[in-house]
Design a protein around this ligand. Structure first.
Ligand code: TXA
Ligand code: MG
Length: 303
């Protein structure tokens, strides 16, 4: 499996890999053909840049300029669900297609042991967006990837269910101050502790720096309604912390935001079924991983 994966990467092919956040569609980031292959499989607009995965901080430093803050954050949070957007180094060999022509790149070290081993064994960095077709729910199991792509991908590596269950937090450190481009698996509160100035959040309607922030992005095929207290007729009810006795599923009966994040996409998929006319979701606290959960839900709810 490992030799086959490395061999496919060398030939510019795409392999689905597990990470602690979601599964990724992975190709050699220095190989334009491999990168183009990813865009084609996803049906993703080519202006939407990809996250580059590396084995460790030392490796990442070869490709981007690390400020002191970037260095401290990476040392503390990697491997883990944090992506840093940094200025590309002048001699950076990463495909311009992967960073969509920008002079910055998004880097992270994923925490999944299988993928970390592969990254250590492979000579180049790996570009990997979430392994879903554009505008559909991100995959948190190998079965999800198989259902979306089947035999379109030569190898899907099964690393079990994703522990975190939603994508990495994206922090832009390429400008004057830190800017949160996407809330995700690393809570913003934990990042803020590293800065004296407040981390800015990009506002809805502002220039889209992370095109994955397009308002409608994570979409089930039926309408989704947030902050619901009870289901309306025909709706499925996705609860949190047992707020509604008539729920179909509960993201976390004990009210754990970590557990809710890990269950989110899987449960949205389960309830995205013909027998329901919509999905109503209970209120989720707007703090810690709840910020990212609400962000994903509001994109799914946007029409
Ligand atoms: O958890 C994750 O981050 C997963 C796993 C597979 O690692 N990957 C993931 O990738 O979510 P993707 O491609 O679905 O989302 C990448 C996001 C996009 O919103 C993209 O626009 C943004 O990262 N991005 C990539 N490079 C960027 C850059 N140079 N500047 C700003 N945003 C960037
Ligand atoms: Mg994605």
């Amino acid at each position: 499996m490992r030799a086959q994966c490395l061999d496919l990467w060398r030939r510019g092919d795409v392999v689905a890999i597990p990470t602690e956040t979601v599964y990724g569609l992975a190709a050699d980031a220095t190989n334009d053909r491999g990168v183009a292959h990813i865009y084609a499989l996803k049906g993703r607009p080519t202006f939407n840049p990809l996250i580059i995965h590396v084995a460790n901080l030392e490796c990442a430093e070869k490709f981007a300029e690390f400020s002191k803050a970037a260095y401290h954050l990476a040392s503390y949070f990697w491997p883990g669900p944090l992506t840093l957007v940094l200025k590309r180094k002048a001699n950076c060999p990463i495909s311009l297609l992967a960073s969509a022509g920008l002079d910055t790149i998004a880097l992270r070290v994923p925490a999944h042991p299988v993928t970390l081993e592969l990254l250590k064994a492979y000579e180049n960095p790996i570009a990997a967006p979430s392994a879903n077709r554009s505008n559909t729910i991100s995959p948190t199991s190998a079965d999800d990837v198989r259902a979306a792509f089947g035999s379109d991908i030569p190898l899907i590596i099964d690393g079990g269910p994703c522990e975190v269950g939603l994508e990495s937090t994206i922090l832009d450190l390429s400008g004057d101050g830190p800017v949160l481009l996407r809330p995700g698996g690393t809570p913003i509160e934990a990042l803020q502790a590293f800065f004296l100035m407040p981390i800015k959040r990009i506002e809805e309607g502002a220039i889209i720096k992370a095109p994955g922030m397009l308002k409608r992005h994570y979409a089930p095929s039926i309408p989704l309604r947030m902050n619901a207290l009870t289901p309306e007729s025909g709706e499925a009810f996705l609860d949190f912390g047992g707020q509604c006795p008539h729920h179909d599923l509960d993201l976390s009966p004990t009210g754990s935001l970590e557990e809710a994040a890990a269950n989110l996409f899987r449960m949205m998929r389960t309830l995205d079924a013909p027998k329901f006319k919509g999905i109503a979701v209970a209120p989720i606290p707007l703090k810690e991983l709840g910020l990212a959960i609400n962000d994903r839900l509001s994109r799914a709810a946007a029409s």
